[in-house]
Ligand binder design. Structure first.
Ligand SMILES: NC(=O)CC[C@H](N)C(=O)O
Length: 319
């Protein structure tokens, strides 16, 4: 992007144009991201005992005052980032950072367990993250994951999964790549194809751009914002359980006549939304965290994300 000439006003959030989709970030106080929210932001009564966490960063100052939280499945919440070099093309690894930080802000110990391709996937993690990727890496990822059923076993034991785009396709029943149909993990009852149109119809174009969802009411989430970039179309199999992640307000999502994106079944969430989706939608991060922790104290903001969401909603004319 061109740097502003001295004396020229810096671009402001309102300069965000759509189309063309060019994002100018709002100007924000940089230090906030490194500071915990003020204790006044917490909705729980102050009489609760301090958090169990003893992390050197969190032990400083205000974190001592944070309320206790329900017992985690284990003392440290383990967030598995699956094959980041194959399923990390679109910055979806940021989802791990968001989950970790939102736990730490609440005084809960958390660690990211990065699982490189070729390594066995541990079955003892609390949340499994699969990101987006191109067709070939996605096929390799599916092959690796099919070698053991760690994620399926972890889910049976109460773990949560967030699978984005290629990850969503991989945890479904089947997906296309390189002119073939590949088996997925079958964690979600969906199938992906390049098209569900009659074989003689031209292939639909790749969809790239902003996406906004009205989440399924059962999830009790605010508007979900993101970015999509995929060639595949995904539909539920007959008799599939779960609810769509949301109804598409802007964008394509699953690309089926129902106008939905993703599928949520139990503690497994598949979606086409990049962003990273949890960075733009902290409420979705907290939904995943409550799946493994039970109810958590409210944690508003951070204000940078509120500002970002407001700017994006304005730009998409859905404010
Ligand atoms: N962004 C992605 O993860 C893309 C997934 C898949 N390769 C597709 O094009 O549909």
């Amino acid at each position: 992007m061109r740097r502003p000439v001295h004396g020229e006003p810096e671009p402001q959030p309102d300069a965000y144009q759509h189309p063309p989709q060019r994002y100018v970030p709002p100007r924000l106080p940089a230090q906030h991201l490194f500071e915990p929210p003020a204790p006044s932001a917490w909705s729980e009564p102050e009489s609760r005992p301090p958090a169990r966490r003893s992390d050197s960063f969190l032990d400083q100052g205000r974190y001592q005052e944070l309320p206790a939280v329900p017992a985690a499945r284990e003392s440290t919440t383990r967030i598995a980032l699956i094959y980041p070099e194959l399923l990390g093309t679109y910055g979806d690894g940021g989802n791990a950072l968001v989950l970790t930080q939102r736990l730490r802000w609440r005084g809960i110990a958390a660690e990211v367990v990065s699982v490189p391709a070729g390594e066995p996937v541990p079955a003892g993690c609390d949340i499994y993250l699969l990101g987006g990727g191109e067709d070939e890496p996605q096929t390799l990822a599916a092959e690796g994951l099919r070698r053991n059923n760690s994620i399926e076993r972890a889910v049976a034991g109460g773990a949560a999964v967030l699978a984005v785009c290629a990850g969503y396709q991989v945890i479904g029943q089947s997906f296309p790549a390189g002119g073939k149909i590949h088996d997925g993990l079958g964690l979600l009852g969906v199938e992906t194809r390049r098209s569900f149109d009659p074989p003689d119809a031209p292939l639909p174009p790749r969809v790239v751009g902003d996406i906004a969802l009205d989440p399924d009411p059962s999830l009790r989430l605010p508007l979900v914002l993101g970015y999509e970039n995929h060639g595949g179309r995904t539909r539920p199999l007959p008799g599939a359980r779960g609810v769509p992640f949301g109804k598409v307000r802007i964008g394509l999502g699953n690309g089926i006549p129902e106008g939905t994106d993703g599928l949520v079944e139990g503690t497994v969430l598949g979606t086409y939304l990049h962003g990273p989706v949890l960075a733009q939608n902290p409420a979705v991060a907290d939904l995943l965290l409550t799946w493994v922790h039970g109810p958590l104290p409210a944690l508003p903001g951070p204000p940078e994300v509120d500002a970002l969401r407001a700017a994006r909603a304005r730009a998409l004319q859905i404010a």
